[in-house]
Write a protein that binds this ligand. Structure first.
Ligand code: NAD
Length: 261
């Protein structure tokens, strides 16, 4: 007899595990998709589409796994529901969802328009909702699943004066933390939901800022360097694969100590 406190066993699934990674065309999402491929996951790479996404899919597939590209604006609710159903129909399982797609919003309150606020929230926060809404029922049915949401150090600190992203971005990323904690409780005990708060990671999003202020930024990071996408990807892979897994509703700062400094 299993202990009453133990969740029932997960439904057996066939084939290699499957991960969906949004914003996977470049940067942190691409590195995360490739890292999951190295762990043997079949990977659906979600991004806006075009040559960058095609190239990312080819590189991830070169790790020896199946990889597909799903051109998609994550803020499009109906499209996201359809694409999640397509992944399930193709591969029969969805084990991991990485909600990583995000945009910056550099305007302060005095300059921002309503449309710019809406876009920031729609991509950074509603995009997470759209994919969680699409994938959570399938994970609950399977009694198995891990959701990993990309927040930001800015959710906790507010943006610095020099940051590429100001209050609207901070608000969207703080929303991601609330969504993570709420879903961690709602989807327990079978599905875990965690968030990562990257610090200053050198990607397309931050390249110009870091290039212009590298010394100043580095001086604020106890570990003495800006981060790389791979610094985040290994934590994504950890949250996706750690066994036994007793982590949910957790927020992991991956920022070289930037926030405690
Ligand atoms: P990036 O710009 O290099 O990559 C973001 C990817 O998301 C791009 O491929 C882009 O096309 C895609 N994307 C944007 N809008 C989309 C949409 N509507 N639908 C689908 N895809 C969309 O940026 P990155 O630095 O790799 O950022 C990844 C995530 O990490 C973001 O959520 C970002 O807010 C977060 N983050 C980054 C840093 C950093 O320092 N780079 C710090 C904290 C948090």
């Amino acid at each position: 007899m299993p202990d009453a406190a133990e969740p029932a066993a997960a439904t057996p699934a066939t084939g290699a595990p499957v991960a969906i990674v949004t914003g996977a065309g470049r940067g942190i999402g691409f590195a995360s998709a490739r890292e999951l491929a190295r762990k043997g996951y079949r990977v659906a790479l979600v991004d806006l589409g075009g040559a960058e996404l095609d190239g990312a899919v080819a590189t991830v597939a070169s790790e020896g796994v199946e990889a597909i590209g799903l051109p998609c604006d994550v803020s499009d609710y109906a499209l996201v529901q359809d694409l999640a159903a397509q992944v399930l129909a193709r591969w029969g399982r969805i084990d991991v969802l990485v909600n990583n797609a995000g945009i910056s919003q550099p305007k302060p309150i005095l300059d921002i328009t309503e449309a710019e606020w809406d876009l920031t929230i729609n991509v950074n926060l509603k995009g997470c909702f759209n994919w969680c809404k699409a994938v959570a029922p399938k994970m609950v049915d399977a009694k198995r699943g891990r959701i990993i949401n990309m927040s930001s150090v800015s959710a906790n600190t507010g943006a610095a004066r020099s940051a590429v992203s100001k209050f609207a971005y901070c608000a969207s990323k703080a929303g991601v933390l609330g969504l993570t904690r709420g879903l961690a409780k709602e989807l327990a005990p079978y599905v875990t939901v965690n968030a990562i708060c990257p610090g200053s990671i050198e990607t397309h999003l931050t390249a110009a800022l870091i290039e212009a202020r590298r010394d100043e930024i580095t001086n604020g990071i106890p570990l003495g360097r800006v981060g790389t996408p791979q610094d985040i990807a290994v934590v994504v892979a950890f949250l996706a694969t750690v066994e036994p897994n007793y982590i949910t509703g957790e927020v992991i700062d991956v920022d070289g100590g930037q926030w405690v400094n």
